[in-house]
Design a binder for this molecule. Sequence first.
Ligand SMILES: Nc1ncnc2c1ncn2[C@@H]1O[C@H](COP(=O)(O)OP(=O)(O)OP(=O)(O)O)[C@@H](O)[C@H]1O
Length: 332
Amino acid sequence: MAEVILKNLTKMFGSDVGVEDMTMTIPDGSFVVLLGPTGAGKTTTLRLISGLETADKGEVWIGGRNVAGETPAQRDVAMVFQQYSLYPHLSVRENLEFPLKSPILKTPKPEIDRKVNEVAEVLQISHKLDNKATALSGGEMQRVSIGRALVREPAIYLMDEPLSSLDAKLRTDLRVELKRIHASLGATLLYVTHDQIEAMTMASHVGVLDHGRLVQFGTPREIYENPNSLYVASRLGQPRINILPADLFGGGAPSGAINIGMRPEHIQQGDGLEAEVQRVEHLGDQNRLHLKLGSHAITTIADPATDYAPGAHIKIAPRNPLYFDAAGNRIR
Ligand SMILES: Nc1ncnc2c1ncn2[C@@H]1O[C@H](COP(=O)(O)OP(=O)(O)OP(=O)(O)O)[C@@H](O)[C@H]1O
């Protein structure tokens, strides 16, 4: 496995920004998750690393090598797409064997069998090994395409929302498996997802993209607790952070603050301003309260034993709030 470094990488599509001046180090053995809304440049970043796309400017370094001019095969990356990409005329086993049969790798047959069986087991598709790839459900096909990446030990795995087409149970299982595979292989992974839980549970580092630019890079905890902008603060956290006028709760806001940001769990109850409960969601382990404070909607959480009903009044005050200036930059 290898460290991957992007230096001032830029890719334009006509006047549309794909990736702009991106500099990022993906440490050897890390699990980096890219977050950002649609069009932020996540897929383009993966395609530039894999060599499926050529940069206008900047460099990609894999394992200490500038890979400019190398083909995707020479770069030794394994890519998993959101949509499965299998050879329909081959069986599941043949699809899984395919990457190992590459003339560059020259993998011995017993090693191929061992790898294929092991990966099939992890992905719960052992009983389908002799099926034609087309005789599978969508979820099974996606597992085979993940398997085709996992049989190899490339410099880096590049995964573009690989679990998004799977059902909730399988997603949870595979999340755990991917994390285990990452730990046991010491693999380097760059992973794109829109799923908060995937990002928070799997990532060693999170990179947040905005219009092709990397706007913050850090551990999931750093990104969650110490976002450098309102944009980054809004990318993690479900329910989302509450963004309100900075002076809503009276003094205390630093000069230049326009907005106060309060995560749902950072609202103290029993003190402060009176809000009205609009709606309560009972989630089992917690109650989610939707409040109205003047004209503002606020979401917070409460102990599952509480029995607030719509119309009830509750006093709230910020605890460890974040403050942002007019441009959305964090000021405290
Ligand atoms: N082949 C292409 N031709 C033209 N424009 C492209 C091409 N690929 C990407 N783009 C543009 O580049 C920008 C970044 O796209 P990209 O697919 O990298 O975003 P993304 O963050 O992966 O989005 P999503 O979450 O929807 O997959 C978008 O504005 C997109 O329209």
